[in-house]
Design a protein around this ligand. Structure first.
Ligand code: GTP
Ligand code: MG
Length: 216
């Protein structure tokens, strides 16, 4: 596992990412049931992770919009699969969080089913970004989802969030610990990106990574 400080994104890749994510990003669909899924046309990136980990905030940071995806202090803000289309080249999917959810057990169970079906059956899904709070590391529920993705042979990449909240002195050990925990999952991408929606750290690298997966 390598983190963004060592991955050596070249200038051209960073520029391609910057250009793509400077383009118009439009809300396409809010999906609460499988039957409502929009047609699968473009490469898709889905953002998955525990409630409150910072999925919606990271999408806002990527697209440079403060309120593209709804954010809140209360876990359970995102209540459906929200599809955003970027420059007719890439679709970004914000999803409800798993784990503890203030929206209630019944709703959380329904979302889990919907996310499961979506992840298993979406031919255009290029990569899942699985977000982990850099302060808290991986929890059993994260490993459950990683196992599901391993089993489905779905490519996924770990993205650490809220790295601004980790004191500089703890940073290396926090990242190393998470990298070790993830390394036993065969389908996980080897590059681990540390990000902050607050300071923008790691966001350009993530844009570059995603631009490589976009349609030409
Ligand atoms: P659900 O939709 O409920 O699953 O949550 P989510 O994963 O979309 O999290 P959301 O983006 O709503 O953020 C949750 C809280 O974390 C908000 O108060 C954000 O402001 C805060 N937050 C998100 N990312 C960061 C970050 O990089 N740094 C800091 N300091 N706070 C963050
Ligand atoms: Mg959200």
């Amino acid at each position: 596992m390598t983190e963004n400080r060592d991955t050596g994104f070249d200038t051209a890749a960073l520029e391609a990412g910057r250009l793509l994510f400077a383009k118009e990003c439009e809300f396409v669909a809010g999906v609460a049931a499988e039957a409502q899924l929009p047609p699968a046309r473009l490469p898709e990136i889905a953002v998955l992770g525990r409630s409150n980990v910072g999925k919606s905030s990271l999408l806002n940071a990527l697209t440079g919009r403060r309120a593209l995806a709804r954010v809140s202090i209360t876990p359970g803000r995102t209540q459906q699969l929200n599809f955003f289309e970027l420059d007719r080249r890439l679709v970004l999917v914000d999803m409800p969080g798993y784990g503890y959810n203030a929206a209630g057990k019944a709703k959380a169970a329904a979302w889990t089913r919907l996310i499961d079906r979506y992840l298993a059956g979406r031919a255009t899904l290029k990569r899942v970004l699985l977000l982990i709070d850099a302060r808290h590391g991986t929890k059993p529920v994260d490993h459950e989802w990683m196992k599901r993705l391993d089993k489905a042979a779905q490519s996924y990449q770990i993205v650490l969030t809220k790295i601004d909240k980790v004191p500089a002195s703890d940073r290396d050990s926090a990242i190393a610990e998470i990298a070790t925990a993830v390394s036993r999952h065969p389908a996980a991408h080897p590059v681990l990106l540390a990000t902050s929606a607050e300071t923008g750290e790691g966001v350009a690298e993530l844009c570059a990574t995603l631009a490589e997966l976009a349609a030409p």
